[in-house]
Design a protein around this ligand. Structure first.
Ligand code: 13P
Ligand code: SF4
Length: 324
């Protein structure tokens, strides 16, 4: 990477990354981008990754549905998934012949940790014949017990694709609530929550609206119901990005992990963002240095046992067929 390319990256993110920090990021960004070419690797990053990762080294930055679909399409030999463990596992399910690496194996998710395969078997016994829809924010073991996966981008569509009057919907209680409001299918939910989105309250949103007349509020469907009711729009992280890009609101509040506002700000310099800051500690485990180390040494490879992988893959492929 030439210093000109680096200058271009900094010009882009200077709005959200101070110059003092950039001095540390620039050399490692250069090394990662060089290594990526040498090793024929692709870097897929979730929308919650920091601006230096999102704009500096990622080939594709997206929501969890698009990351899964991109993983299936890539021709590169190695996928480095900058996000959390379930996203890397999903990439491996979509692209079983590729080497999938995650910069930090400990990057988990409170939703994925809220349910086990045994819990799903118990629910299936309790509700015989009722199909299971699992959010991708689950382990491969849970996906293996699932009929079809979904993300926040296609949850209602996936539920309705089954043609049944009842569906077991796991594990996010609030996403289940959001789906229930948008479908006639009866939703049987689980008690999982996202540790980041559950912290927002309707009162907080209402207060921000009072202090900022005319502000547009967009929330992730993992938020509690009073937050969604107080918002103008609810959708997956990429639908939130699209909303801002297309509508160019004067002032906006993205009710989600707050790093995303920085990433979207870079591409929408005329939009003013109000940023109450809730960070995902798991997403923030991914750093430039860890990306470099894992790619250089090809460590932290995702491995899934054959039987679980075969069963889990079916539920993810079924979701991919349904699409957005
Ligand atoms: P998206 O699928 O909307 O990107 O959300 C993933 C996630 O983990 C949100 O917390
Ligand atoms: Fe999981 Fe919430 Fe973090 Fe997304 S933001 S990875 S749902 S803990």
């Amino acid at each position: 990477m030439t210093s000109q390319n680096l200058d271009q990256i900094y010009k882009k993110i200077s709005l959200v990354v101070p110059e003092i920090e950039w001095k540390f990021h620039a050399p490692i960004i250069e090394k990662i981008n060089k290594l990526k070419k040498e090793k024929d690797a692709v870097i897929l990053a979730h929308n919650y990754q920091t601006p230096e990762i999102y704009h500096g080294v990622a080939d594709i930055s997206a929501d969890s549905l698009a990351l899964a679909l991109e993983a299936a399409k890539t021709k590169s030999k190695i996928i480095v998934l900058c996000g959390v463990h379930f996203m890397a596992e999903t990439a491996k399910l979509m692209s079983p012949d590729k080497k999938v690496l995650i910069p930090d194996m400990q990057a988990g998710c409170s939703l994925a940790e809220s349910i086990t395969g045994q819990d799903v078997r118990m629910l299936k016994e309790k509700y015989p014949g009722v199909p299971v829809v699992s959010y991708v924010n689950t382990s491969a073991e849970v996906k293996a017990e699932t009929d079809v996966c979904c993300t926040s981008a296609n949850a209602v569509k996936v539920v309705e694709s089954l043609g049944t009057d009842k569906v077991i919907f796991l594990p996010d209680h609030y996403l289940a609530n959001y789906v229930q409001k948008n479908t006639k299918v009866k939703i049987i939910s689980w008690q999982g929550t996202c540790m980041v989105h559950e912290k927002f309250t309707g009162k907080e949103v209402e207060d921000i609206k009072k202090e900022n007349p005319g502000i547009e509020v967009i929330a992730h469907p993992e938020c509690p119901p009073d937050v969604i009711s107080a918002s103008d729009f609810a959708g997956s992280t990429s639908s939130m990005v699209k909303y801002v890009k297309e509508k160019q609101p004067k002032k906006v509040l993205l009710v989600t992990e707050c790093t995303m506002s920085d990433n979207v700000q870079v591409e929408n310099p005329n939009v003013q963002f109000v940023k109450p800051c809730n960070l995902c500690p798991h997403m923030k485990k991914i750093t430039l240095n860890k990306i470099y180390d894992c790619l250089k040494n090809e460590t932290n490879e995702i491995k899934i046992g054959h039987n679980i992988a075969e069963m889990a893959r079916k539920s993810v492929l079924r979701m991919a067929e349904i699409g957005r």
